[in-house]
Design a protein. Structure first.
Length: 448
């Protein structure tokens, strides 16, 4: 990469994640969990290599500058792709500005020629959030001759609006739990594989003085239950319309989800006041607390989990007494787990950009299988191609005890996830006292 400019202070860091009910301006998906303004810790550098199966479509002596704006203060994974691209196009330079999900519309207005922008779901699917929405300014990438065969079809569908592919996802972001396997073993317990085993382990841990389930109060309740909730919604095609219509049948169908959350709350297996001590992004402070060694289950997304390896050496407690931990789906099924994943951030092209041909060429390069896997590996998240090894995620790959599975394809809007997270948080805070109240509130919050 011949040139890179960071403008890390470009926009305010005030807009951290806020999960709220349908129709509120802060409704968001799990993909926004960590504070996007925080610099990503540098990953181990790799020697950049150009993709063997990439055939340039422009003269390789093309000299131009691509302007890219993203949510990471230091995006090492993107750096590596840029460097590899420069092996083919040595006269291409890059600028990189650090911006925000929540001010992307203003950013594009003030930087009309920007070529490539990092986007989240609300940036392309939420025209009711004018400070976020830029979907009408993004190029339809399905019409640009980009080979998308390496990318999971559901992930592409989730990035498609009104038949237009507005962003290309660069990683997947499942919700789950990080399990301190060494702690469980030392307490004579096994990693639970279904709901009954989970409740038995939680009870035993509480008896031994632990608060078993922890995480930021903004995230822990919704992200613990979202896999089951999404799988429930996608299992019945009539349920989502009923939910959006405020039909009582929808509340009844979602009741088992809230009953299981209620059982966890009633058992005292998590603590709202303790969870409120962690940062609202559920990231650095929660990770460091987990590394103290006495947190059995940390509820988070893969995006949060991706930051853990880099922080092991920063924890004196972990460095002195390292332990085994693993990312798993929460075992909430009667016979296993509910699996849910959604695309993480993606890249879009400004349809009014200064270097459209070159921007498309860069995304053509980025979507080669080796570049996709490189970006995911360096970031530490599951890749968007189905055959990726994802060595950091053996606990969610090829697992036998999946009771139901759903990969977000855009059919369930992000507003539903936002409403669910808000109601779960309120249930955890004591706003609702029964599963029935919470299920009814969820249906009411999602009424169109």
């Amino acid at each position: 990469m011949r040139l890179k400019r960071f403008t890390a202070a470009l926009l305010s860091a005030a807009c951290l994640l806020s999960l709220s009910a349908c129709g509120n301006t802060a409704a968001s998906s799990a993909a926004s969990a960590p504070a996007e303004e925080a610099a990503e810790p540098a990953a181990t550098a790799e020697t950049p290599t150009a993709s063997a199966d990439f055939v340039p479509s422009l003269p390789t002596d093309t000299a131009a500058t691509l302007e890219i704006a993203g949510f990471m203060g230091n995006y090492e994974a993107l750096d590596q792709v840029m460097n590899a691209f420069n092996e083919i196009y040595p006269n291409v330079t890059f600028t990189y500005d650090h911006n925000s999900i929540h001010m992307l519309s203003d950013y594009m207005t003030n930087n009309a020629g920007v070529d490539i922008i990092m986007t989240a779901d609300q940036n392309i699917n939420r025209p009711d959030l004018p400070e976020d929405y830029v979907g009408d300014r993004c190029l339809d990438l399905s019409q640009e001759g980009i080979n998308l065969s390496a990318i999971n079809a559901d992930a592409l569908a989730a990035c498609t609006t009104d038949g237009k592919l507005l962003r290309i996802p660069v990683a997947m972001n499942p919700c789950g739990i990080v399990v301190n396997e060494t702690l469980l073993k030392n307490e004579g317990l096994s990693v639970p594989t279904n709901y009954d085993e989970f409740m038995t382990v939680l009870a035993a841990l509480k008896e031994k003085g632990y608060t078993p389930i922890q995480g930021s109060e903004q995230h822990v309740y919704g992200e613990l239950m979202i896999d089951m909730a999404m799988d429930t919604l996608c299992a019945d095609d009539t349920l989502l319309p009923a939910l959006q219509a405020g039909d009582e049948r929808a509340a009844d169908a979602m009741l088992p989800v809230f009953e299981k959350l209620g059982a966890i709350l009633d058992g005292g297996y998590t603590d709202y006041e303790l969870n409120s001590t962690f940062g609202s992004d559920n990231y650095d402070s929660t990770i460091m607390a987990f590394f103290e060694g006495d947190m059995p289950f940390y509820v988070c997304t893969a995006e949060c989990f991706s930051g853990m390896k880099k922080r092991e050496s920063k924890s004196e407690a972990y460095s002195a007494a390292p332990f085994d931990y693993e990312f798993l789906y929460a075992p909430l099924g009667e016979n296993g787990v509910y699996a849910y994943t959604e695309p993480w951030y993606g890249f879009s092209i400004n349809k009014d950009c200064d270097e459209k041909e070159l921007a498309v060429e860069f995304l053509r390069f980025m979507t080669c299988t080796d570049q996709i896997e490189k970006m995911a590996s360096i970031k530490g998240m599951p890749a968007v191609n189905d055959g990726a090894a994802d060595e950091r995620y053996p606990g969610i790959k090829n697992i036998a005890n999946v009771e139901a599975s759903y990969a977000a394809d855009g059919s369930i809007p992000g507003t539903v996830w936002g409403a669910f997270a808000a109601v779960c948080k309120d249930y955890g805070a004591g706003v609702y006292t029964t599963p029935e109240e919470a299920a009814k509130a969820f249906a009411e919050a999602c009424k169109a």
